[in-house]
Each structure stands twice: as C-alpha cells, then as structure tokens.
Design a binder for this molecule. Structure first.
Ligand code: PLP
Length: 378
C-alpha cells in the first residue's frame, strides 16, 4: 500500500458491532468480562483501549513498523524510552535538541544516574568520539529544532550497531510522509503527535514505533506501568487528522519552498536554514533520506538585535506568535526567548540560536498571503 492509502486505511476497520466507518471513541475505563479470565482482549483502558489501539496500529503502519504506542505527550514518549535504560548507561544526543527533551534529560534523568552527551550530529566524527561500551542509546533529531540540522540516519545506525546501542530518531519535523528512520536502520522512532500528525493544533500526544520485539515489550510494559497514556477522544482527533497528512505535508513543503526563495533574496535577512537549500551543510544527506524538505524554516535578521526580532514577530499578522508547529495555520516563534529559553545562552548561541533567530511553521494557507505578511513585517 502506498502512503496516502495507508494514512486513510491502515489498521482501521469498520466497528465490528455497528459497522461505523469512523473508529468510535471508546470512552470507557473498563470492560465487562464474561467470566474470570474470559474477556474480549480489553481489561482496563490504561493497558489498552480500542480507539487508542487503532491509532497505534495506524501510526506503526505509516512508519513501516510492527508496533506502536501512544502517550499523553511527545515528552511522555521520550520519557518512556529513557526509562528503558539503567543508571550508568550513556546516551549520545544532538546539541540543538528540542528544548523540552534537553530539560527532561538534564533535570530529570541525570539525577537517576543516566549520562548524556550532546554533540554536533552533523559531524559524525563527534559522535564516534563519545560513544563507548556504556553507550546504550543514540538520540537523534533530524531535521532538528530550530536549526534544521540534518543527521545521517544510516551512518548513525551503523555507529549504534558497532557499540550495541539503540538508535532512536525524533521524527517530528519530517513526519513519516517525508522520512522513515526504521527503513534507514533506526531501532525506534518517536513523534510529537501534537505537531504534523495531529495537524490541527488541538491535541497534545506522543508516540513511539518500533519493529524490535524486545523494545516493543519494554515500551508496552512502561506505557502500562508508568501510565502516561492518551485519551480515546484525542486518539479519535488524531485518526481524523492523519487522514489528510499526505495532502497537508505536500502543501507545507510547497509553501515553505516558496517562502525560502523569498527570504533568501531579501536584504533584511541574513541566514536561512532549511534542508532543501543547496547551501545547507547536509543538504545532500537530506536529499537522500527525505522525500521532501518540510514546512519548518528558521532565519536570522541582518541586524542581530533582540529588539528587532521581537518587533518582527509582533508585526506579522497571519503568522501567529505561538509555541508549537505543524498545524494547518502558520506560526512564528522566537526560539531564544520561547522554545529554547531553558538552554543557557552560551550553549544556545554556540549551536546557532542567536537573538535574531526566527522560526516559522509554514501552514497550508495560500502562500502569496504568507509572503505578503513577511514582506510587510521585514
Ligand atoms: C514538540 C516537540 C517535542 C515534545 O512533544 P510534546 O507533544 O510537546 O510533548 C519533542 N520533539 C520535538 C522535535 C518537538 O517539536
């Protein structure tokens, strides 16, 4: 089955009792059993729920995986992965990681004796330098937030295999429509479903998918034991959102390409970060492992002054000033004071998150209106 067909049909069957074509919202905590030990596959909704199960199967299919699990947020999905490790285990991650992932690693899990290394993953020699016998996980985010750095998934997977570690890819920015890390050798894929998969800015959710049986067992055990599950109502909304994922992402990519062309030629703009640009450091890797370059763009202003950046984000009218991304509507963000405020200034500037950096989540509106908005503000 090809992607668009899978988005609409994979793992989704008409409701067995009524024939309802849309998966019902099974808003129930428990399930009546015919006798002790004699049930229909569902006992308690923390452990499993038919609406959630349908979404988990659909998400697994989109990533060419065998197993999927949904969580109450993207962060809860990441939390589940790190809980698979033991004190003393080491994790190699990227130095321009999503701010919330960085906060989870450094303020929650370091306390429990897990050791994190943050390196520039565009440069594989930096990764090779820090892996050792204690490395149990390589955590990649590609393209990354907000610098749109691209890491070579295939190469990272062979480094992971050489030290018996797992490779997990945060595939939130690319979506399964543009990139399938498992096909490139990753062991595990994580999504903030909140973003493109949900697509309508109305749900917070996370997901993990894998084809590795050992990892899947741990994933379901922790999902049930730690209990960071998502609600049937939210699963229904995401199942609906995913039916148009391929259509939306096509338009996100087209709009972003046109906005990038506009920004690159503008005298008020300095750097433009987007994996589709030939000047992007790892454009050749992106062109190989992605089927399109996505709807996220970052850029800096000619004058690197905080006041100018703050004035710019105030002036735009269609781009709404907000955290998050991946919805149908265009959003604008200022990473240094918003998503990445938790990262120390010196650290963030070293990875490129300077005061004038602006991040766009390009929506699916008519691109002429979006460009006019940016032009006016510049
Ligand atoms: C938003 C985001 C997360 C966290 O997901 P939540 O659903 O907000 O908990 C993780 N990684 C990336 C790349 C994100 O954009």
């Amino acid at each position: 089955m090809k992607f668009g067909t899978k988005a609409i049909h994979a793992g989704i069957n008409p409701d067995p009792t009524t024939g309802a074509i849309m998966t019902p919202i099974y808003q129930t905590s428990t399930y009546v059993q015919d006798g002790v030990g004699n049930h229909k596959g569902y006992q308690y909704s923390r452990t499993q729920n038919p609406t959630r199960e349908t979404l988990e199967n659909n998400l697994a299919a989109l990533e060419n995986a065998k197993y999927g699990a949904c969580f109450g947020s993207g962060i809860a999905a990441i939390d589940c992965v790190i809980k698979m490790l033991n004190p003393g285990d080491e994790v190699v991650s990227t130095n321009d990681l999503y701010g919330g992932s960085y906060r989870l690693f450094t303020t929650i899990f370091e306390k429990f004796g897990i050791i994190f290394h943050f390196v520039d993953m565009q440069d594989l020699s930096r990764v090779k330098e820090v892996v050792n016998d204690n490395t149990k996980l390589i955590w990649a985010e590609t393209p990354s937030n907000p610098m749109m750095n691209v890491a070579d998934i295939k190469a990272l997977s062979s480094i992971a295999k050489s030290c018996n570690a797992w490779l997990c890819v945060d595939n939130t920015f690319a979506t399964p429509y543009l990139q399938n890390p498992l096909d490139l050798g990753a062991d595990l894929v994580m999504h903030s479903v909140t973003k493109y998969l949900g697509g309508h800015s109305d749900v917070i959710m996370g997901a993990l998918v894998t084809s590795n049986e050992t990892i899947a067992e741990e994933m379901y055990r922790i999902q049930n034991s730690s209990g960071a599950i998502t609600s049937p109502m939210d699963c229904f909304l995401v199942l609906r959102g995913i039916k148009t994922l391929h259509l939306r992402v096509q338009r996100h990519c087209e709009n972003a390409a046109k906005i990038v062309s506009f920004l690159v030629g503008h005298p008020g703009v300095d750097q433009v970060y987007w994996p589709g640009l030939e000047t992007h450091k790892n454009h050749h890797v992106a062109a190989q492992q992605m089927r399109g370059f996505g709807g996220m763009i970052s850029f800096t202003l000619k004058r690197d002054r905080l006041e100018d950046a703050l004035e710019f984000v105030k002036r735009v009218k269609l781009f709404a000033l907000a955290e998050s991304l991946g919805g149908v509507e265009s959003l604008i963000g200022h990473p240094a004071t918003m998503t990445h405020a938790a990262i120390p200034k010196a650290d963030r500037e070293r990875s490129g998150v300077v005061d004038s950096l602006i991040r766009l989540s390009v929506g699916v509106e008519d691109v002429e209106d979006l460009i006019a908005d940016l032009k006016g503000a510049l």
